[in-house]
Ligand binder design. Structure first.
Ligand code: PCP
Length: 382
């Protein structure tokens, strides 16, 4: 076995670090300098926090305390999402991996959250693990799920995340039969009855004619999937409208329309009145990472921060009904009307709290609901 991935033990040892941290360790050791510091992770943008599970695994057994927001929390610009306290040399080289875990997972969770927020009561499925290294499949699907997608397509999610994987059928199945109807029939006769019959209707002919063929030849059609190639798109909205019309006049109003292929927020907003389910790949799985940074804010109990950052260990307090936050020094009195977001997850290298993926997802979806109630959706889709 020799895929080019870094061994878990090497990540744990801190080998996946930027070289300058190793020189920093060398210099500090040479001068016997190892201050007790508080360092915090912040971003200049809002997002949905994810990746804490891996950071806790990374830091376990190191002499540090970790405070963090619960995964699934919507964080706002400049709010600490995670704080590490300990002697600097205990965690210096892990900055690269801490940020890697958080930037990547939170980027995916944020994109999933935006896609679902845009889709409203329509479904969003994560179809994009094929856009990333397969070693990351479980991490990608977990982050997408926390962000609020309704289902994930990677089969490994069943083993690693204990959630059911979902999907339709690939063009390869249709082409293997050389005939759509034969392929649809074989799928219907073979695959477990619990699996939705979502028939792919764009392989050889026009989506409208294949959709008609589908409902005229297959007794159970739960949905049709359109993955129209870009060279054939023309006016995609009109194509979907036609498909919907032809299904409706054949008394097939219950047949859902699933759309995939290059779907992003704009496509979701433009087509959500017509489409029941969006299969989203690249937009979620290859989302831009969150621009988190880890900065020292206290050194030996004294405020210490670089230019552009605020000194002092902080707490973030939230009014959950308005999603309004207030940042105060950790040691200061909490405001009366708000609840703290940063919770102790690790003490001296022992994990003292865990949040499940399901709870993280529920939390993300609760905030999505609040954003809708507050009529602030457009702010989060910019
Ligand atoms: C793939 C899948 C989804 C696409 C990728 C999602 O399509 O069916 O529709 O990824 P995207 O959002 O990045 O475009 P194909 O590659 O056409 O695969 P298949 O023919 O097997 O459906």
């Amino acid at each position: 076995m020799s895929f080019l991935t870094v061994d878990e033990q090497d990540i744990k040892k801190g080998i996946t670090t930027d070289r300058y941290f190793m020189w920093t360790e060398e210099v500090l050791r040479a001068r016997k300098i190892n201050p007790f510091v508080v360092a915090e992770v912040t971003a200049p943008e809002w997002g949905v926090f994810a990746g804490l599970n891996d950071v806790l695994s990374l830091l376990e057994d190191l002499p540090v305390d970790v405070y963090a927001m619960q995964e699934g929390t919507v964080f706002f610009p400049n709010e600490p999402v995670l704080t590490v306290a300990g002697r600097y040399l205990s965690f210096a080289r892990f900055e690269t991996a801490i940020l890697g875990f958080l930037c990547h997972a939170s980027g995916i969770a944020t994109a999933a959250f935006r896609a679902k927020l845009a889709a409203g009561n329509r479904k969003v499925l994560s179809f994009g693990t094929r856009r990333q290294h397969p070693a990351l499949a479980a991490m990608i699907e977990r982050a997408a799920y926390i962000g609020g997608v309704d289902g994930v397509s990677n089969y490994a999610a069943e083993k690693y995340l204990r959630i059911k994987s979902v999907g339709t059928m690939p063009h390869a199945l249709i082409i293997s039969f050389g005939d759509q109807v034969e392929a649809w029939k074989a799928f219907d006769e073979t695959v477990d009855r619990e699996v939705s019959r979502i028939l792919l209707v764009d392989t050889y002919c026009d989506e409208k004619s294949e959709a008609i063929k589908a409902v005229e030849n297959i007794s159970r059609v739960d949905g049709v999937r359109l993955d129209t190639p870009s060279s054939r798109r023309g006016d995609l909205r009109k194509i979907i409208e036609e498909v919907r019309w032809e299904l409706d006049i054949r008394e097939k109003r219950d047949v859902k329309i699933v759309l995939s292929g290059g779907i992003d927020i704009r496509a979701i907003l433009e087509l959500r009145d017509l489409v029941d389910t969006f299969g989203v790949g690249t937009y979620i799985a290859a989302a831009k990472p969150v621009d988190f940074a880890l900065d020292i804010v206290e050194r030996e109990g004294k405020f210490a921060a670089k230019r552009g950052k605020r000194g002092g260990m902080k707490q973030v307090y939230r009014d959950w009904s308005s999603l309004e936050d207030e940042i105060r020094l950790f040691r200061d009195e909490p405001p009366e009307d708000k609840k703290p977001l940063l919770v102790k997850y690790m003490e001296g290298g022992d994990t003292v709290k865990k949040t499940s993926m399901d709870d993280a997802r529920k939390l993300a979806l609760r905030q999505m609901e609040t954003i809708r109630e507050l009529e602030r959706v457009s702010e989060f889709l910019k």
